[in-house]
Design a protein around this ligand. Structure first.
Ligand SMILES: *[C@@H]1O[C@H](CO)[C@@H](O)[C@H](O)[C@H]1NC(C)=O
Ligand SMILES: *[C@@H]1O[C@H](CO)[C@@H](O)[C@H](O)[C@H]1NC(C)=O
Ligand SMILES: *[C@@H]1O[C@H](CO)[C@@H](O)[C@H](O)[C@H]1NC(C)=O
Length: 576
């Protein structure tokens, strides 16, 4: 009996060692593949990006779906990862590429775009450009307000390095004007609605607000270092406002609601990506900025992951304390709605970040909020603080590490033999789907692997923050203001038929024919309705007819209007 027990303990530890070494092997194999995958997508020397201007990152070389465009968000997150590799000394050859990125950013910032003019800064909310650095003018979910702050963060990381190596002149003369535009945009427009990172829902979005908050905080520190004191008061004030607003996304059911609009559960990789993007070891496990080890972030991760256990056939039969494939959100239908490599890896990264902090601070806190998460790994655990010399600390951190590695193992299982990371993998059988060689998938692999290795990114100012007692709006960009817009549509109808409107914003029900807003026939054949829409916002919409449940849409293209900064507005249309 004794012998048998010893033998099975031995077996178990051999098994754990084998499982870990498989993750280690995967990481060793995938690290150079991921790095090459990124570099191949950056112009003009990347094999997939010969036609792209210097510093321009294409999202993927795929032409179906056509991802051969520059997305500000994807590029900024990718360059953030590359800049960390450069400033940490891991790869000192990246400097010319990072300089290219800063130069291309200046060129993008000078363009007038469908999101607005460069003079008003509204152009900066444009999410997507052509690889020759010209605007993309077709209909799209715009503006997206996370691009400028993400880009500011990437370039500030480089600027801080240059200052520390005595090259303040280049930062002051070349980088600061670029960074300042993105921060001015962020300070002015954070309180306006925009499309989320998945380009589908126009409302307020946690990832966007968190990215804005971080950029403004580190922008203040950089501005002070450069003696650019004129911007400090405004950035500080708007940073406090965004921190305040961030708190409002918390759902007492135990997770962060990803978007204020969209009509979904709100459990979304958006919030996991926000937590890892704003990781700051100096803030410990502070929940105000959703630090990876905070009780709110762990509860949020737990609920997000669990939402996918039943969503995908791929996850069936996997026990509740083991990793599963995760996607953007369970209601997703894009390409059939599948797990994504970058969202599954983001879960691993958040947990690795949490482990870094617990080890550094030598303790781990279990609160009522994080209890359900920890109980998955140790059913008897209770709320309390566990020092690193306790058995509970060892049990929980070991289990969390195994859980985290599990997400890497899921990705490993569905990585094809050549190591190529597409955007998605099938919810039913795990085969790669949608865009091939997605730059962001590769970047997410590198940052998750670095976190597993204990890499600590530079602090950005998350420590010791106080949330203002009352949240203030910022009306500088029309933010939070609404305008009463009256839609007047000439339409003749048959008996039983009614006219409705739906469109790209929450207030117009995000293109939902079911929830579309009814117009009144009181002045027939003019149908009217007045809707409060966000000020200073570009809105796309269409009228629809409904007759006994049968929906008829107007012909293409979508109608477009831009609301004024204040007052009222009347729009006159005829059914098309
Ligand atoms: C400062 O950095 C820029 C960008 O890499 C470089 O072109 C310049 O030569 C550097 N200047 C000094 C004095 O190192
Ligand atoms: C603007 O800020 C206020 C205060 O935080 C908040 O209540 C409101 O929802 C915000 N609106 C947008 C669109 O960000
Ligand atoms: C629509 O018509 C009303 C009244 O006829 C007018 O006041 C308004 O300016 C028109 N709107 C536009 C955008 O032309």
């Amino acid at each position: 009996m004794q012998l048998l027990q010893t033998f099975s303990v031995l077996l178990a530890s051999v098994w754990v060692a084998a499982a870990q070494s498989s993750v280690d092997q995967y990481i060793t194999r995938m690290t150079p593949i991921s790095k090459r995958g990124i570099l191949a997508n950056i112009g003009p020397n990347g094999a997939n990006a010969r036609n792209a201007q210097p510093g321009v990152v294409i999202a993927s070389p795929d032409n179906d779906p056509d991802y051969r465009f520059f997305w500000t968000r994807d590029a900024a997150l990718t360059y953030k990862a590359l800049t960390e590799q450069f400033t940490s000394g891991e790869d000192t050859t990246l400097r010319p590429l990072i300089d290219d990125f800063a130069r291309s950013t200046a060129r993008f910032q000078a363009l007038n775009t469908p999101s607005g003019s460069a003079a008003s800064l509204e152009s900066l909310g444009e999410p997507k450009f052509k690889m020759d650095i010209s605007p993309f003018t077709e209909p799209w979910g715009r503006p997206q307000r996370d691009g400028p702050p993400l880009r500011a963060t990437a370039i500030i990381g480089y600027a801080n390095y240059l200052i520390s190596t005595g090259n303040q002149t280049y930062v002051a003369n070349t980088l600061w004007p670029i960074i300042k535009k993105d921060l001015d945009y962020t300070a002015r427009f954070w309180n306006n609605t925009g499309f989320d990172l998945w380009e589908e829902v126009s409302s307020s979005s946690y990832f966007t607000t968190a990215a804005q908050h971080r950029a403004l905080r580190e922008g203040v520190t950089l501005a002070k270092a450069l003696g650019q004191t004129a911007v400090v008061a405004d950035y500080e004030k708007q940073a406090a406002n965004t921190l305040c607003f961030m708190q409002s996304y918390w759902n007492p059911a135990g997770y962060v609601t990803a978007n204020t609009g969209g009509g979904r559960s709100g459990k979304d990789a958006n919030t996991i990506l926000a937590s890892i993007h704003t990781f700051d070891v100096s803030a410990g496990c502070d929940a105000k900025t959703l630090q990876p080890c905070s009780d709110k972030a762990l509860s949020n991760l737990f609920q997000y992951v669990n939402a996918f256990r039943t969503a995908y056939a791929l996850n069936s039969g996997i026990p509740a304390n083991q990793a599963v494939a995760t996607g953007r959100y369970t209601e997703d239908v894009y390409y059939g709605g599948n797990p994504w490599y970058l969202t599954t890896l983001a879960v691993a990264e958040q947990l690795y970040d949490a482990l870094i902090v617990w080890k550094r601070q030598g303790s781990l806190q279990v609160t009522a909020t994080s209890l359900p998460f920890f109980r998955t790994f140790s059913s008897g655990v209770t709320a309390g603080s566990y020092a690193s010399n306790t058995a509970t600390f060892t049990t929980l951190t070991t289990a969390v590490k195994t859980f985290a590695d599990g997400f890497v193992s899921v990705v490993e299982k569905y990585t094809p033999a050549n190591g190529a990371l597409a955007e998605q993998y099938s919810r039913s059988n795990g085969t790669p789907l949608s865009a091939t060689d997605l730059t962001w998938s590769y970047a997410s692999a590198l940052t998750a692997f670095a976190a597993r290795d204990g890499y600590i990114p530079s602090s950005w100012g998350a420590a010791g923050l106080a949330v203002p007692a009352t949240c203030e709006r910022n009306t500088g960009g029309g933010g939070g203001n609404t305008v009463a817009v009256t839609f007047r549509a000439q339409a003749t109808t048959v008996f039983g038929e009614n006219i409705f409107i739906t469109g790209s914003v929450n207030e117009l029900q995000n293109w939902s024919p079911e929830a579309a807003v009814a117009l009144s026939a009181a002045s027939y054949p003019t149908w009217t309705v007045t809707v409060n829409l966000p000020a200073n916002t570009r809105v796309e919409y269409k009228y629809i007819r409904k007759n006994n449940g049968v929906v008829t849409w107007e012909s293409d293209p979508n109608r477009v209007l831009t609301t004024p900064a204040s007052g009222t507005f009347t729009q006159n249309d005829s059914w098309r």
